[in-house]
Design a protein. Structure first.
Length: 252
């Protein structure tokens, strides 16, 4: 979020509280990094990675900038961790962790991401990690126990990487398509952004390559709570070639 060229640019001062675990020598590093951050227009916020402390669990120090003119409390503000174009983790900041934020300051924040909010093997990352705020609407991602932990991570990653659809309709979001020995398996999110329970009759899908239909399958009726996303698994009876690429087609 960059300030407009017509707005005054503010470099909010770095601020330490007494309970921050910072030795005197570290203050100079914080001040140097904070001085390199881009300025903000009035009434803006930004977050930047200062240091990644640990991968399991993911723990890091962030520098939070704000040019709001009064103290405020965080209310379910979502922070995304990115590596290149890949969403690698997501965290919802709350007043339990950060009771109050002062006006017109840059302040260090110590953040820890829960295991279920990290979506990749952090040791394998090649691109630098960046932090950004998300303006997503908060929704529940419902995943039953039939999905493995790797699948659950992938489902959450895809769910939070895509904007929530308009509230006047539901949608389907493919998560993965996996070739097996004698079948092709797919995972799809049924997304219900409305404030009402969504009940869908039996769902029919085609497995396609280009314009060619390779197989069909059906999924039993599903009910998805309001403002929720529900993961379903599809099984296609098809022996795939190693070079084939697939897509899914929903049959209303």
């Amino acid at each position: 979020m960059q300030p407009s060229t017509d707005s005054p640019v503010i470099q909010p001062a770095l601020y330490f509280t007494d309970d921050m675990p910072i030795v005197k020598e570290d203050e100079y590093v914080f001040r140097y990094v904070a001085a390199q951050l881009p300025g903000l227009a009035p009434g803006q916020m930004a977050i930047h990675l200062f240091q990644r402390l640990e991968n399991k669990p993911l723990r890091l120090i962030a520098l939070f900038q704000n040019t709001l003119d009064q103290a405020f409390q965080l209310n379910d503000l979502v922070v995304l961790a990115l590596s290149g174009d890949q969403l690698i983790a997501r965290k919802t900041l709350s007043i339990e962790e950060i009771p109050v934020l002062l006006p017109m300051v840059t302040i260090p924040l110590w953040l820890e991401f829960a295991e279920e909010d990290v979506f990749v093997d952090l040791d394998s990352l090649t691109d630098p990690v960046q932090l950004v705020f998300s303006n997503e609407l908060l929704t529940d991602v419902l995943i039953d126990s039939s999905f493995s932990e790797t699948e659950r991570q992938r489902i959450r990653q895809i769910a939070f990487s895509h904007p929530i659809p308009p509230t006047d309709g539901w949608s389907l979001l493919p998560v993965s398509i996996l070739k097996k020995e004698t079948s092709v398996e797919a995972i799809v999110l049924v997304r219900n952004p409305s404030n009402q329970l969504l009940t869908l009759d039996q769902l029919a899908f085609e497995l396609v390559t280009g314009e060619t239909t390779l197989a069909q399958t059906e999924h039993p009726a599903v009910s998805v709570f309001s403002t929720s996303e529900y993961a379903i698994r599809l099984q296609f009876d098809y022996s795939a070639k190693a070079t084939e690429t697939f897509a899914l087609r929903y049959l209303p």
